[in-house]
Unconditional design. Sequence first.
Length: 348
Amino acid sequence: MKQRIISSKNFQTDLAIAIAECEHDKTFILVDEHTKELCLPLIKSFHGLKKADVITLKASDLHKDLNSLSHVWTALQAYGATRHSLLINLGGGMITDLGGFAASTFKRGINFINIPTTLLAMVDASVGGKTGINFGGLKNEIGVFNDSSFVILNTQWLKTLDTENIRSGYAEMLKHGLIANETMWADLINFDLANPNLDQLDPMLAKSVEIKENIVEQDPKEKNIRKALNLGHTFGHAFETWAMHRTPILHGYAVAYGLISELFIAATKRGFPTDKLRQTVRFIREYYGVLPITCDDYLELIEYMHHDKKNRNNEINVTLLTEIGNIHIDQIITEEEVKEALDFFREG
């Protein structure tokens, strides 16, 4: 069954329909400590969920690991889950990634529904079929492609988020604008992220999800155009891994920092317009601040980039733009170009 993405205005009804359309002798809800407290009470009384067993994980990407995965498998087994059971992932990207992987592998695969509760999960993690965990100190090292049966999007959850998590998700929307068209990009960099209006954000969110969905449909296994979605992520994942060993940062902040670096390379290597580079950098600096890397960190960051899953032959591979919406995938860059981009990131 093709994944169905529902932009929900009547959440209770839409969830009931989704559950009814999924095979489910038993229903389970996966949450983390935060969504258990803030989100679960809003749905636990719904028809069809009153008897659902709840599995709780510790919050944050630091716990997107083998231990948490094992905990989910063990709980499913202990609660008597079968091949015909249903797992509902209620949470951010960590829950939809790990829950999707747990569901995809338990009894060789059970149905799952994603209910993303963060902006990042809505526009990125819950859509597109990527599931997985971090392993060996590297992001998303183990996982499979497997779509949830449904993704139910509802901006009511964003009221539970702090400013940092709104901004984290917004960085992925900014990336979608850069690979889509100038109008969408302009709307995004002119949005007041200091005082986000959720009613204004709603149609922008729907458009962002549509961009990702269209790309994923063309290339579900990331052989070609789906690599466009990696814009900002080669540097971003390296920044995120670097920070994981010091003071962890949210994924979207790492992507925003990655966009600065990769748009600089696009400008020097592909002629991406410098005025649009400057506008984008100004927006990111204003809302995301800086990451305190020094030139002493360059070799470590380069090492993380060499470990990136997108690479072949140990070369560093990025997505570059010649113009907003004009995408070039599989661009090989040198370590010298990486260092120049890091210099720009620190000083530009």
